[in-house]
Design a protein around this ligand. Structure first.
Ligand code: GLN
Length: 517
C-alpha cells in the first residue's frame, strides 16, 4: 500500500521535501497558542530539539505528539482563524480606552480604595485556547461579584436546576446588587445579586465542613482556569466580613422569610460568600475561566468538563439579563454579550462558542461597573459581530466576524484559494492546501490560482504555487496562460519567474505542440 501524502507536510514543504522548523513555530505563534499551554508543552519541547529543516518522517513524529492541535494550527482551523489581525484590533481599542480616566475606585473597603487606579489589564482565550493579553494582565485582583456565575454553576452541579430554583429566582431585580429586597415569594431575585449568591453558596456541598467547602470551590476555580494560579486575598476577606452589615441584613431577611434550606448556619454561609468575593485571579486566568463557559463548561486548555453544558446555558442566560448590575438591560441591548462585573473593576465576558474575555480596570461608574471595561465592550461590538443578535443584520453589516475564515466565507473551496492567491495571502493558501485542496484546480472559467496571481502581480503567491509544483501553463476559457496574463499586465518579475519555470504564452504552447506532432 502506498503511503498517503501528508497534506500538512505538502502545504509547508518548500519543494525540497523538508519543512523549515521556523515555519511551524511561526504558525503556532500566530495562532495564539501560548508556550505555557499544557496541550502543547511536549510538542514545543520536541520542536526545540528538532533540526532546522524537518523531514517527512520527523514531521509525522511531531504531529503525533499533539495531532489535533497540530492540524488545527497548521491548517488554520481554530475558532479565530486570523488571530493576529484580531488582536491588532483589540490592541487599538485598548490604547484608545486607556485614555478614559473617568470614574472612582470602590471605597467601601480600604483594600479596594488602595488599588492603583491606572491599572488596566485585558486577556482573551478562544474556545480553542488561543490566548492574548495586554496591559496589567498578570496582576492579581479580587473577583468580587465575578464569583457569582461560578458559585451559581457549582450550586447547579450540586442541586440540579429544579431544586436550586426553588431557592432562587431567575428575574432581574431592577434594584442595586445589595438592595434589601426579595421577590414576591420571599426569595432572592436571581443568582447574580448578593442575596442570590449568598443563597447559592448555601447550596454547595451542604453539610460539609466550611474548610472542605472552600477547598472544593478553589479547586473548581482552578479547574476552570486550566490550572493557572488562583489565589485568595485574606485582607479583602477580613474587610468584607467587618463591613458586611448589608449582607448580614440580607441573610437575616432571607432567614426570616424561611428562604434557606434546613440546617443552614447563617454565619458560615455569609463567610463563605465573603470568601468567594475575595478569590483573586489575573485577567489571564479569568479569560480562561470565561472561555470554559464559552466552551460549554469544557476548559479549552485541559479538556476538563468542569460544568454541565446545560448549566452553563443557564448561567449565560442570567449573565445576559442580570450580570451588569443596574446596567444589565442597557448592556444586553447595546453590547449583547453575556457578562458579569465586580466592584474591583473586573468584567468577565463570554462570547458563546467563540471566546472568553476578562477586563480589569478599577475605576467604576456610578452603577459599579468598570468605566474602561464598559467602554471597551462598546468599542468591541462596534468592530466585531459579537452581539448575540448580530446574525440578524446579515450582509448589510460590514463589521468583522472573526469566526469566519475570510476567503472561505466569501467564496468557498477552490474559489477561496484563487481569492487568496490573487491577494498574495500565502498563509491562507497554505492552510487551504493543508486541508487537502488541490492547487491545480480551476474555477468555472478554468482560471487557476496561478492565473489570478499572475494577473494581479502577486509574486509571493506565484513563488508558493511554483514550490508546490503546479502546472505552469494551464489555459483558461479565453485561451490565456498565466504568462499571457502577466504580460498583459506587464508584471516583469512574474514574467521572468514563470519563464524560468517553463512558462509559455498560449500561442507558443500551440506552436510547440504542433511542432512535436
Ligand atoms: N463584596 C461586595 C458585596 O458583597 C461587592 C460585591 C460586588 O462586586 N458587587 O457587597
Amino acid at each position: 500500500m502506498t503511503e498517503q501524502p501528508n497534506s500538512l507536510f505538502v502545504a509547508y514543504n518548500q519543494g525540497n521535501e523538508q519543512v523549515p522548523r521556523q515555519a511551524i513555530m511561526d504558525a503556532f505563534e500566530e495562532s495564539g497558542i501560548q508556550t505555557d499551554d499544557p496541550r502543547a508543552a511536549a510538542l514545543f519541547k520536541a520542536l526545540k530539539k528538532a533540526p532546522e529543516f524537518i523531514s517527512h518522517s520527523e514531521f509525522q513524529t511531531l504531529q503525533d505528539i499533539a495531532p489535533t492541535l497540530f492540524e488545527q494550527v497548521l491548517s488554520g482551523q481554530l475558532a479565530i482563524p486570523h488571530f493576529r489581525e484580531f488582536c491588532d484590533v483589540l490592541d487599538k481599542i485598548f490604547t484608545q480606552v486607556e485614555n478614559n480616566r473617568d470614574g472612582k475606585l470602590a471605597n467601601y473597603i480600604p483594600q479596594l480604595e488602595r488599588v492603583p487606579p491606572e491599572k488596566f489589564g485585558l486577556s482573551i482565550c478562544s474556545i480553542d485556547g488561543q490566548r492574548y493579553s495586554q496591559g496589567d494582565s498578570e496582576d492579581f485582583f479580587c473577583v468580587q461579584s465575578c464569583s457569582k456565575p461560578i458559585t451559581y454553576c457549582l450550586a447547579l452541579e450540586d442541586q440540579g436546576e429544579d431544586v436550586l430554583h426553588k431557592y432562587v429566582g431567575t428575574e432581574p431585580s431592577g434594584k442595586t446588587f445589595n438592595e434589601l429586597t426579595l421577590n414576591a415569594k420571599g426569595l432572592p431575585h436571581n443568582p447574580m445579586i448578593n442575596a442570590g449568591a449568598i443563597m447559592c453558596g448555601a447550596l454547595i456541598k451542604q453539610g460539609e465542613a466550611a474548610s472542605d467547602r472552600f477547598d472544593y470551590v478553589m479547586s473548581k476555580w482552578k479547574e476552570c482556569a486550566g490550572n493557572m494560579k488562583v489565589g485568595f486575598d485574606n485582607a479583602v476577606y477580613l474587610s468584607e466580613r467587618q463591613t458586611a452589615d448589608r449582607n448580614f441584613a440580607l441573610g437575616y431577611f432571607m432567614r426570616e422569610k424561611k428562604a434557606f434550606p434546613k440546617d443552614v448556619n447563617l454565619q458560615e454561609v455569609l463567610e463563605f460568600y465573603f470568601q468567594c468575593c475575595s478569590i483573586e485571579v489575573t485577567t489571564s486566568a479569568m479569560s480562561i475561566i470565561a472561555a470554559t463557559l464559552a466552551n460549554g463548561g469544557n476548559c479549552p486548555l485541559t479538556g476538563a468538563q468542569v460544568f454541565r453544558p446545560d448549566h452553563v446555558k443557564n448561567c449565560l442566560s442570567l449573565m445576559s439579563s442580570c450580570g451588569m448590575y443596574d446596567f444589565s438591560g442597557e448592556f444586553a441591548f447595546r453590547v449583547g454579550i453575556p457578562a458579569k462585573s465586580g466592584v474591583s473593576g473586573a468584567i468577565m465576558l463570554v462570547v458563546p462558542n467563540v471566546l472568553g474575555m476578562a477586563i480589569w480596570s478599577p475605576r467604576l461608574d456610578e452603577l459599579g461597573n468598570s468605566v474602561r471595561g464598559v467602554d471597551f465592550c462598546r468599542e468591541l461590538v462596534a468592530r466585531f459581530k459579537f452581539h448575540t443578535f448580530d446574525s440578524m443584520v446579515g450582509l448589510r453589516d460590514d463589521r468583522i466576524d472573526p469566526r469566519r475564515n475570510i476567503y472561505e466565507a466569501r467564496l468557498g473551496g477552490v474559489i477561496s484559494f484563487c481569492g487568496a492567491a490573487s491577494e498574495g495571502d500565502v498563509k491562507e493558501m497554505r492552510r487551504l492546501v493543508a486541508r487537502g485542496l488541490n492547487p491545480n484546480t480551476a474555477d468555472y472559467d478554468r482560471r487557476t490560482a496561478l492565473h489570478l496571481a499572475a494577473s494581479e502581480g502577486r509574486l509571493s503567491s506565484i513563488r508558493y504555487l511554483l514550490e508546490l509544483g503546479v502546472d505552469v501553463n494551464p489555459v483558461d476559457r479565453w485561451g490565456n496562460t498565466p504568462l499571457d496574463d502577466a504580460e498583459r499586465q506587464k508584471h516583469e518579475a512574474i514574467i521572468s519567474m514563470l519563464v524560468e519555470h517553463g512558462g509559455k504564452r498560449h500561442d507558443e504552447r500551440r506552436q510547440a505542440k504542433k511542432a512535436s506532432e
